[in-house]
Design a protein around this ligand. Structure first.
Ligand SMILES: NC(=O)c1ccc[n+]([C@@H]2O[C@H](COP(=O)([O-])OP(=O)(O)OC[C@H]3O[C@@H](n4cnc5c(N)ncnc54)[C@H](OP(=O)(O)O)[C@@H]3O)[C@@H](O)[C@H]2O)c1
Length: 273
């Protein structure tokens, strides 16, 4: 039974969702540790950071619109988060706030469940925050990465910055360079089961197709990839792996993957698509 003063963790977002709450609290309960996790809503990054300091919040998951802005308000930003250009995790050590990025770890661990990464070729679609984290992670694991993006300048700039190649705009997906791994890392298809920006010709049998979009559980891209006999990796695997890493940073304990997975899937089942 938790005591009356649990250690407080949480998340901050412009539009908070229920998934972090479900996963982290389930994992605390399973371990019997006296923590609790709350989803906060707020738009003013400086005041959010003040609140973390003032209330002694131990760990904070950071979503839009705070992921970039929060970097200026922390005592320390990890080199990896700085290279990726955003923070999705804040750890409060006795009032010293440090920022990390766990999205790249989530992406790499989700993909590693399905394929080896070192020496493989990957195509990444997108040049936003998630695409940056995925590209960083794949390069770090020894993949050769080619970036494709709707807006060529943004795609080229991200690729050059991180040390990847640039393959072109969405038109170029129809004649994708040879690769073993294809990652879709834009919001296209999020809560939109009929939407995919990946042409069927990019879905070569045997290719590993990873859609970072977590909802619906099977996006149109994943459905078409499965039909084309690709090996598929859904966005929820990344979501669970990155939450597991956050959990370790906050508590020092390893969480049970199956506990977090069940909590996430139950919470998702309670959501409209
Ligand atoms: N599974 C997980 O754990 C996890 C974690 C984090 C995020 N996500 C998901 O990742 C997705 C991307 O998040 P984000 O924060 O990176 O978003 P973001 O910064 O808004 O993404 C912007 C990128 O997506 C491209 N884009 C947006 N809409 C597009 C469309 N309709 N067609 C083609 N390209 C489009 C943009 O292209 P332009 O440059 O041309 O504008 C840009 O490259 C979201 O669905 C989010 O839910 C998943």
């Amino acid at each position: 039974m938790p005591g009356s003063h649990p250690i407080l963790c949480g998340s901050i977002a412009g539009r908070p969702g229920p998934f972090g709450v479900a996963m982290h609290n389930a994992a605390y309960r399973a371990l019997g540790i006296d923590y609790t996790y709350v989803a906060f809503a707020g738009e003013d990054t400086a005041r959010v950071v003040d609140a973390v300091r003032c209330l002694g919040i131990r760990g904070l998951g950071v979503s839009m619109p705070h992921k970039i802005a929060i970097m200026d308000h922390l005592d320390h930003v990890d080199d990896v988060a700085r290279a990726i250009g955003s923070v999705n995790t804040v750890v409060n050590d006795g009032g010293r706030l440090a920022g990390y990025n766990t999205d790249w770890i989530g992406a790499v661990r989700a993909l590693a469940e399905e394929t080896a990464l070192a020496g493989h070729r990957a195509a990444v679609i997108g040049a936003g925050g998630t695409a940056r984290a995925v590209t960083y992670g794949l390069l770090r694991e020894g993949c050769q990465v080619t970036v494709y993006n709707r807006t060529a300048e943004a795609g080229r700039a991200m690729a050059e910055d991180l040390g990847a190649a640039f393959g072109g705009g969405l038109d170029a997906l129809a004649t994708l360079d040879p690769c073993e791994i294809l990652v879709h890392a834009t919001p296209a298809g999020f809560h939109a089961p009929g939407e995919s920006i990946v042409p069927p010709s990019a879905l070569e049998a045997g290719r590993v197709v990873f859609d970072v979009v977590p909802l619906p559980l099977e996006t149109r891209l994943l459905r078409e990839a499965r039909d084309a006999r690709c090996r598929t990796v859904p966005g929820v695997r990344m979501q669970i792996h990155q939450a597991l890493h956050q959990f370790e940073l906050y508590t020092g304990y390893k969480a049970d993957f199956a506990v977090m997975e069940k909590a996430l899937l139950d919470a998702m089942a309670a959501q409209p698509n």
